[in-house]
Design a binder for this molecule. Structure first.
Ligand SMILES: Nc1ncnc2c1ncn2[C@@H]1O[C@H](COP(=O)(O)OP(=O)(O)OP(=O)(O)O)[C@@H](O)[C@H]1O
Ligand SMILES: [Zn+2]
Length: 582
């Protein structure tokens, strides 16, 4: 299933067509005015954009808006939060390679009872606490090469303004009412629970802590009104929730009956005040989901909901963990319907990284430290391992031995060694200079076809969000390169006279072209490693940054190009326990 994106068209007139409702797909498509490529865009409002450098000519460009959850700042990030963000980054980078205008949104969710409690436990005030933890997320994203475009904090003034405008729309629609509520509440989920979903002693199955009985006078959102529309929308758009087995889960929640849910808290001070009732604050989830929209605002823009929408809503893809699927696939679409806004095109709920079978999480405290992993093994190893090892959508357990074995076998041996020994031979026999164009080197040779087939496979997997299979397809290119090298044995051909040496120098060009293609195709997953490969092949950083998916085509390396001094691009991780990995 290919990624669905909203099409943004560059029109030669200033007029932009109004949003159009597509009845079959039940979401809105926008036609806006933008210039393609990396040119800056300026918003004209109403979903229209004007390129700052030119306004002539018609061309088509697609936009791709991807979000991670806004992480809760009750504690610093851990490998679980990093996992979603690394996956989102790989997808964003791949979509950029395809030439799309990508907006990659991440950020922090900073209101609610748990935050106030976490701050006071640290002897801090809530705002100081949020600043500290939000900074920790941003620092980690930098460590992990996360190429986000927008980082939204729900304590920002522009976000508060958007939440209040949204709340007022829903209120005007007649979907908010006041009532008393009594039920079992999990403080860690910040959610009332159904008794039937709880373990013994009313324990939350996720947090293993007993829920408390609570009674409150709250404002409620009339979720039940949207039951039918949600059912129909999801039935007509089976790709809305992915993977498919999560769609079944969502459909069964809806079928069980949707209950109105409380969207304010009388007992929580650390939150956005309910418009016209300062005694209550807006429920943290109602507030946080809107971060996906407020994030789209430019910093210098007036915080206006319609304007924010015009910058890129609806999102193409919400990437989340399965723990927050109900909020994204049931509550959020209903809220958007109520406010008359388009639904996101796709919600993908991936599985959990687990430790001893339990979800790794801040509340349980059974986390793995991504900073430590990066410090010990390097960013490429961390990104590659989790994307390659865990089939995207399913749960996955971490083991250090497995980590070391996988990255050594794949990145150090299959990719790094092949490059290094080829460059060594080229230096020894060809003064580190390519004898001919790679296109010429492979004349009448079937090898490029093998590579191109694997590239197409990788592309299809990236598009389907099968990130592990995408890595596998790229590594297969490396395996094919290694086999080619072993079969041809160019080191011995160099000793067998001029004709054989000429063939050997062509073989080296073929392997290096293969490495170049691997570097493009693996760059969404391991961007730093792939830059080092490009650098070894004699390219500049600017050339690497300008790479597109088209560069996976055979024929990029040219005769006369001088390679860098051979230097290992991936240092092998030393380990006591090592076994052979396929
Ligand atoms: N163990 C995990 N595996 C995969 N993703 C995770 C994991 N833990 C958190 N995430 C990601 O973080 C999101 C939840 O963010 P949140 O800030 O609430 O973290 P958390 O550690 O799950 O918190 P808590 O333990 O308090 O529930 C998930 O939807 C998912 O995207
Ligand atoms: Zn819970």
């Amino acid at each position: 299933m290919a990624a669905r994106v909203n099409t943004i068209t560059l029109l030669s007139s200033l007029h932009c067509k109004p949003t159009r409702f597509n009845p079959r797909q039940q979401y809105y498509r926008s036609r806006s005015r933008v210039l393609f490529g990396s040119q800056p865009l300026s918003s004209l409002g109403n979903g229209a954009y004007r390129c700052k450098c030119s306004s002539n000519g018609a061309a088509e460009m697609e936009s791709f808006v991807i979000t991670t959850p806004l992480y809760y700042v009750n504690a610093p990030p851990h490998m679980g939060s990093a996992y979603t963000t690394i996956a989102a980054d790989a997808i964003a980078r791949f979509q950029r390679l395809l030439g799309k205008r990508v907006i990659f949104v991440t950020g922090t969710d900073e209101h609610g009872e748990k935050i106030a409690a976490a701050a006071s436990a640290r002897g801090s005030n809530p705002m100081e606490h949020c600043n500290l933890i939000s900074r920790a997320y941003q620092n980690l994203w930098n460590e992990l090469d996360i190429s986000y475009d927008k980082f939204i904090r729900t304590t920002e003034a522009k976000h508060e303004a958007i939440v209040k405008q949204f709340y007022s729309r829903v209120l005007t629609k007649g979907d908010i009412y006041r009532a008393d509520y009594e039920g079992l509440y999990c403080i860690n989920c910040e959610e009332y629970k159904d008794e039937k979903d709880l373990l013994e002693n009313n324990c939350c199955p996720m947090h293993l802590k007993p829920c408390v009985q609570r009674m409150e006078d709250n404002y409620f959102f009339a979720l039940s009104k949207y039951q039918k529309l949600l059912e129909e929308t999801i039935a007509q758009n089976p790709d809305f929730v992915q993977p498919p087995f999560r769609l079944n889960e969502v459909q069964s929640w809806i079928k069980d009956g949707l209950k109105d849910f409380s969207i304010s808290r009388a007992s929580v001070e650390w939150g956005i005040p309910v418009p016209n009732d300062e005694k209550q604050t807006i429920y943290v989830w109602f507030d946080a989901l809107l971060g996906y929209i407020s994030a789209l605002l430019e910093d210098n823009e007036q915080p206006d909901l319609s304007k924010a929408i015009s910058f890129g809503w609806p999102a193409s893809l919400h990437l989340i963990g399965k723990d927050i699927l109900r909020f994204h696939a049931v509550y959020w679409p209903a809220m958007l319907m109520s406010a008359g806004l388009s639904l996101p095109m796709r919600v993908f709920g991936h599985g959990f990284l687990t430790k001893d079978g339990m979800k790794m999480g801040k509340s349980l405290g059974n986390t793995l430290e991504p900073n430590e992993l990066v410090e010990t093994f390097g960013v490429d190893a961390v990104r590659y391992f989790f994307l390659r090892e865990v089939e995207f959508g399913n749960d996955g357990d971490y083991s250090e031995d497995r980590f070391i074995n996988i990255v050594n076998a794949h990145l150090a041996n299959t990719v790094g060694n092949l490059l290094n020994r080829t460059l060594g031979l080229l230096r020894k026999n060809c003064q580190s200079t390519l004898a001919v164009d790679s296109y010429v080197a492979a004349h009448e040779n079937p090898f490029p076809e093998t590579v191109e087939k694997l590239v197409s496979k990788a592309q299809a997997h990236y598009e389907n969000l099968s990130l592990s299979s995408a890595c596998e397809a790229v590594l297969e290119i490396g395996n094919a390169g290694n086999s080619y090298m072993d079969e041809r044995a160019p080191w011995s051909l160099f000793k067998k006279g001029d004709t054989a040496a000429e063939a050997a120098s062509k073989d080296l060009v073929i392997i290096l072209e293969t490495m170049r293609i691997i570097a493009v195709a693996l760059s969404p997953v391991a961007p730093s490693l792939c830059w080092r490969i490009y650098e070894q092949l004699g390219y500049s950083r600017d050339q690497y940054d300008a790479v597109t998916w088209n560069d996976t085509k055979w024929g990029g390396l040219k005769g006369g190009q001088v390679m860098a001094q051979p230097k290992p691009v991936f240092a092998r991780i030393e380990s006591k326990v090592e076994e052979k990995v396929a």
